[in-house]
Design a protein around this ligand. Structure first.
Ligand code: G6P
Length: 369
């Protein structure tokens, strides 16, 4: 097992560090940045179905559901296709309205999650076209869907999903860009710009992994917290949910993710000097609004750990700690903002002496209801 961990103490840490390569493996051969082409057989062969879809319904569970939420922002923003993101377990029992004009995208690392599989069967029985985004080749979901795209992240052993999440987002970004180009909802120059920026992501993730000591220091300050709040907006709202999930899963600290603006409708009541609040405040859309959320936390003595874009000035002055991420397009920021939150959860769990790779009560793949 030590050999399999490749010199890392845990599979989770190894998998976090594999992300630059995993993201490259996901877009290799698909994204030809210099030629300005995205080739994905599963999409190319069914392009009309995607282009004529009334809407896309994304079904998934857990971390894959969070990736689906990022997908919603990507598809709507770039390709202007309405999207609904559903917990597979709710969707399958809700008597949902599904028509042959719907495209259903199921997302699953393992390809074996029982609820997701059942949601796929239901959607198929109603005539929808079902596309799978899976990591495990030949898995049940990969076989049950009409077409699909593998994430090529390699085996993920740690129960807490890391590289599966970022590679799912990579696949969803490629599909969204491809559809946007085909529909003409994104200009040629914007399309090319995204491809160039996507190619820079793996190096930026690598750079982020180098600030591990800084993240570890922050982890040591907040490891004894009883509750944590994670806030983000837009593309980074799902990242806030995922950050909170990672902490819950492996450190057993209660954490909640929220859209930053919803804080005033509840979570703000919890804020006091004992409440660490992790805020994703990258220097893009909503920046000013997130800054004012940060001020609201500060005035209630909450502790602020902010994820900001390199060179940020405003948030730095207010926050207790900042973690800088390299600049990129807003739609691609989830691939970067996620990384320090993964590291933070990892270090807190290690400091608390928890079983990082096999947290209590959780399974890597939930094949029963
Ligand atoms: C379990 C795992 C999570 C995972 C979820 C969905 O809860 O512990 O890490 O996100 O299942 O799994 P899937 O394989 O369908 O992505």
């Amino acid at each position: 097992e030590q050999i399999e961990k490749g010199g890392y103490d845990h599979f989770m840490l190894k998998e976090i560090h594999e992300q630059p390569k995993a993201i490259i493996d996901t877009y290799r051969g698909r994204m030809l940045a210099d030629e300005g082409i995205i080739k994905m057989a599963g999409v190319d062969d069914n392009l009309e179905k995607f282009l004529n879809a009334d809407r896309i319904i994304i079904v998934a569970c857990g971390t894959s559901w969070h990736a689906g939420l990022v997908g919603e922002y990507l598809f709507e923003d770039m390709a202007r296709i309405p999207v609904e993101v559903e917990y597979a377990s709710e969707f399958r029992y809700r008597n949902p309205i599904i028509t042959p004009k719907d495209v259903v995208i199921s997302i699953s690392q393992s390809g074996e999650t029982a609820d997701t599989l059942a949601a796929i069967k239901l959607a198929k029985s109603k005539g929808a076209f079902v596309f799978g985004v899976c990591n495990v080749v030949g898995s049940s979901i990969a076989r049950e869907t009409h077409a699909g795209a593998y994430t090529h992240a390699g085996p993920e052993i740690g129960v807490a999903s890391t590289k599966a999440f970022t590679t799912q987002i990579t696949v969803l970004s490629l599909i969204a860009l491809k559809l946007a180009k085909a529909k003409g909802t994104l200009s040629n120059s914007a399309f090319h710009m995204y491809l160039q920026k996507m190619q820079l992501i793996p190096d930026k993730v690598k750079k982020l992994l180098q600030i591990d000591d800084h993240v570890k220091e922050i982890a040591s300050v907040y490891k004894d917290a009883k509750n944590c709040l994670y806030l983000g907006r837009g593309f980074n709202f799902p990242v806030a949910l995922e950050g909170a999930l990672k902490l819950k899963e492996i450190s057993y600290i209660h954490a909640e993710g929220y859209p930053a603006a919803e804080m005033k409708h509840g979570p703000i009541a919890l804020i006091d000097e004992n409440m660490p609040v992790f805020v994703i405040a990258t220097n893009k859309g909503h920046y000013e609004k997130v800054v004012s959320n940060i001020q609201e936390i500060k005035s209630r003595n909450g502790k602020i750990i902010a994820i900001v874009t390199e060179g940020d000035v405003t948030v730095k002055e207010i926050a207790d700690h900042v973690i800088e991420i390299p600049d990129t397009e807003e739609a691609l920021t989830p691939l970067l903002t996620t990384i320090p939150l993964q590291l933070l959860s990892y270090h807190i769990a290690v400091m608390l002496d928890k079983n990082v790779d096999q947290p209590r009560n959780l399974a890597k793949s939930v094949t029963v209801e």
